[in-house]
Write a protein that binds this ligand. Structure first.
Ligand code: UDP
Ligand code: MG
Length: 320
């Protein structure tokens, strides 16, 4: 007997007790109507309300419900990562617990993965029911993410509703706040068939949002980190060496200018050149110091990557 369910639904949650029964019933309805075998994996991210008791009760009523409880609040990314490690389904679907994402999207997402061959399909909340303070910065954020990641066809990187081929979630590591960039993580892991589906979005029915405006600052910082890792993660010297060499070249140029001016001034009676009064002196000084710093950062980066336990593990897709 094949015990692999068709679909694993992963739901990270933090204080969402009121929404859970409704969400579970809705997912059940959709699964039954479409004849899918499934499991629902609730990851309780250290909720302080009675979310966990609710999950226990839901499991008694439905053996397809599974749950993991963190002992404290770690964040959405650690919750997703923990869920991903435990999925058994052929297709994995993530959705938020707050009923903003609709389980009615599941059948079409499943079809896009299994029939159209996508590795990952991300939801696009084309019509959003969130405050303007969130939707406008989000547009900017997505435009930057598209540019930096090179995934030009996505409008909504951070949509909680996404579908994956099972192997994708087993090969990416979602840490920190990197859930905003899962498509980028997947792309860096070699899963490039990434699609998008317009999905219905609803206003939050119960509780309140768990993310403040600092999401945008942190979001941009994380994007920088990911960009750096994907470009120079295993060869940091290629970046720092280039910057260091550039700085040194600039410094040398300034030194040459100083030398020439000094010689000219020594041969002339009317022109006096004082090295320490010259802007080129400060330029040379700063450029040389910065150049050395860049090289040091590069060497240290190289030492760190050479010592990482993962340094020779490459993702192999096939071998014959
Ligand atoms: N969430 C979580 N841990 C956290 C913060 C949020 O598991 O530390 C869950 C939250 O319960 C919800 C999902 O992540 O299921 C999305 O959060 P939220 O709805 O607050 O985000 P928004 O829709 O406002 O972007
Ligand atoms: Mg929400």
């Amino acid at each position: 007997m094949d015990l692999t369910p068709d679909i694993s639904v992963v739901v990270p949650l933090y204080n969402e007790a009121e929404s859970l029964p409704e969400l579970t019933a809705w997912i059940e309805r959709v699964m039954q109507a479409n004849g899918f075998t499934y499991e629902i994996l609730f990851i309780n991210d250290g909720s302080t309300d009675d979310s966990w008791q609710v999950i226990r009760r839901l499991q008694e009523g439905n053996p397809n419900v599974r749950g993991v409880a963190f002992s404290r609040n770690y964040g959405k990314s650690p919750a997703l990562n923990t869920g991903f490690a435990r999925t058994r389904g052929r297709v994995v679907i993530t959705m938020d617990a707050d009923l903003q994402d609709s389980p009615d999207e599941i059948p079409e997402l499943y079809r896009m993965i299994t029939e159209e061959g996508y590795d990952l399909v991300s939801g696009w909340k084309k019509k959003r029911y969130d405050p303007l303070s969130k939707t406008i910065p989000t547009k900017l954020f997505n435009a930057t993410a598209r540019k930096v990641s090179g995934i030009h066809n996505l409008h909504d990187f951070n949509c909680g509703l996404k579908a994956y081929k099972s192997e994708v979630v087993k090969h990416i590591e979602v840490y920190g706040d990197m859930h905003r960039y899962i498509p980028y993580l997947a792309k860096n892991a070699g899963y490039t068939k990434i699609g998008e589906k317009v999905v219905h979005h609803q206003a939050r029915k119960y509780g309140k949002t768990k993310f403040g405006l600092d999401r945008f600052v942190n979001g941009y910082l994380d994007l920088g980190t990911l960009w750096f890792q994907s470009k120079f993660g295993i060869k940091p010297m290629h970046l720092f060496g280039l910057l260091g060499s550039g700085m040194f070249a600039l410094g040398m140029l300034a030194v040459m200018v100083i030398l020439i001016l000094k010689i000219v001034s020594m041969c002339s009676d009317s022109y006096h050149f004082y090295v320490t009064n010259s802007i080129y002196f400060y330029l040379a000084l700063t450029a040389m110091v910065l150049g050395t710093q860049f090289f040091m950062a590069g060497f240290i980066g190289e030492l760190i990557t050479r010592n990482s336990a993962e340094r020779n593990s490459y993702q192999i897709s096939e071998e014959i």
